[in-house]
Design a protein around this ligand. Structure first.
Ligand code: NAD
Ligand code: 0WE
Length: 257
């Protein structure tokens, strides 16, 4: 019995077939959810359209979360499309590339800090605000993606670590604010995966190798493993879980050395 039958899920952050958001869309589709997607811009739309077809997405709308009007426009489209919504997945992050390498303080500036927090943390709460009226009486569920760099100082992750810490605090405050309406808010803290966002990060290959060598399960994780946990967390099977950060990292984060 598929466990997301009758649920409507909006998934934000598909950029290609390796995107974590795409793994989540596939798992949710398999479990019977109806899927709508957002992509960042016109340019990505071409790449995302065929992926949308794979998960029978009934809507693909552009949404740049750095822009209030774009968020409003996307959720207006969603409201016109199917109105009430059960699930929103936020799989979006960005910091200027120069800030993701070298000494934290050397590469830090006010603008990079603001952008990282705006796109990677604030946007999750902004999206929650936009979808809130569409989730009334629907036992809604919101999910975002974090990384261990929120909790530990990971070389080169730099300002994204601060932004992910903010994102995880947002999960708790949002869960507290939306709990009385029956809306749950959680995050998956995923281990490293080679996606578009990871390509071009200096030393990513060796990071993957180290993670695989150290993790309790002695391997890395896949977008499908993240997708399965995401589908569970956004389903009624997880009705008692909110404000939680679930690690899907093959047991890397629990190791002491
Ligand atoms: P990805 O490149 O496939 O996805 C990142 C998405 O963010 C893209 O779709 C991109 O278009 C979108 N985005 C960036 N700026 C945006 C904006 N202004 N408006 C709208 N969308 C915007 O990479 P991914 O690894 O699948 O990343 C998804 C999430 O998973 C991110 O939050 C990332 O931090 C998180 N994460 C990734 C890893 C990893 O190792 N890949 C590990 C843990 C967590
Ligand atoms: O959250 C992320 C990466 C998010 C990301 C990626 C980019 C690359 C392109 C944010 N902004 C940008 N900006 C760009 O211009 N991850 C969890 C993957 C990741 O990124 C790292 C990692 C890991 C893991 C960067 C340094 C060290 C480790």
């Amino acid at each position: 019995m598929p466990f997301l039958e009758g649920k409507r899920a909006l998934i934000m952050g598909v950029a290609g077939n390796r995107s974590i958001a795409f793994g989540i869309a596939r798992a949710m589709h398999r479990e019977g959810a109806k899927i709508a997607l957002t992509c960042q811009n016109e340019r990505l739309r071409q790449r995302v359209e065929p992926l949308g077809a794979e998960v029978q997405a009934s809507l693909l709308v552009e949404c740049d979360v750095g822009c209030d009007a774009s968020i409003d426009g996307a959720f207006e489209s969603l409201n016109n499309h199917w109105g009430e919504t059960d699930i929103v997945v936020h799989a979006v992050a960005f910091a200027p590339r120069e800030s993701l390498q070298g000494d934290y303080l050397e590469s830090l500036d006010r603008k990079a800090h603001a952008i990282a927090h705006d796109i990677s943390a604030y946007s999750f709460a902004a999206v929650a605000k936009a979808v809130r009226p569409m989730m009334q009486e629907r036992k809604g569920s919101l999910l975002t993606l974090s990384y261990l760099g929120a909790e530990r100082a990971i070389p080169n992750y730099n300002v994204m670590g601060a932004a992910k810490a903010s994102l995880e605090a947002n999960v708790r405050y949002m869960a507290a604010a939306l709990g009385p309406e029956g809306i749950r808010v959680n995050a998956i803290s995923a281990g490293p995966i080679r996606t578009l966002a990871a390509s071009g990060i200096t030393g990513f290959r060796s990071m993957l190798d180290t993670a695989a060598a150290t993790a309790a399960l002695r391997r890395n994780i896949t977008i499908d493993e993240v997708g399965n946990v995401a589908a569970f967390l956004c389903s009624d099977l997880a009705s008692g879980i909110t404000g939680e950060i679930v690690h899907v990292d093959a047991g890397f984060g629990i190791m002491g050395a």
